[in-house]
Design a protein around this ligand. Sequence first.
Ligand code: CTP
Ligand code: MG
Length: 190
Amino acid sequence: MDVFGVIVIMLAGLWLFLPAMLPNSAAVVFGGGTPVDLGRSWKGKRILGDGKTWRGFFGGGFAGFVLGMILMGIALLLKAEDPWGYGGGWTVVCIVLSLSFGSLLGDMMGSFIKRRLGIQRGQKAPILDQYDFLIGAFLLTMLFNWKWVYSTYIEGWNILALIFLLAITLLLHRAMNIIGYKAGLKKEPW
Ligand code: CTP
Ligand code: MG
């Protein structure tokens, strides 16, 4: 494997993961209204909190899905060979849906854990805040498309795509939150 090959693996891994990265930012824009937990508590603490809403969930998930379809369309138009596509047919839809909705389920799982630990909505929880969406997206996608996840992010040199994702997620998370804060969309810069 030469340097160019490694760069392609890492960039393709990021490109294909974008449908998992968009939903949480899109949820900030679409969010509001009825919370997913309907305001209910468990053992005196909110199940998820007011930061997880149905509108954010479906709006964010739909945004990720549309982005995935656009990425696939671009790959088809440019007749890009592997590794730039998700495969073909219904597999594409299945992978893109599990990436986008998996990321939001992971984000909700993160909030669920934060509430159990007594961390208020919007308060910081290092690692959890940055990686909950990524873990959710990978788990759901592995459940339905294990072979694709394995060949894209685990097998041989492809593990570098995963390492690259973990690193860039930290940077992007920081940048996006500062942008969201400055734009007045988020109450805290994290
Ligand atoms: N959001 C939403 N629905 C979701 C996810 C996010 O409406 N399913 C919106 C909410 O307005 C939320 C904002 O996006 O406040 C930022 O999301 P996040 O940082 O994940 O939520 P926090 O408010 O920080 O809450 P938590 O402590 O539970 O993470
Ligand atoms: Mg937060």
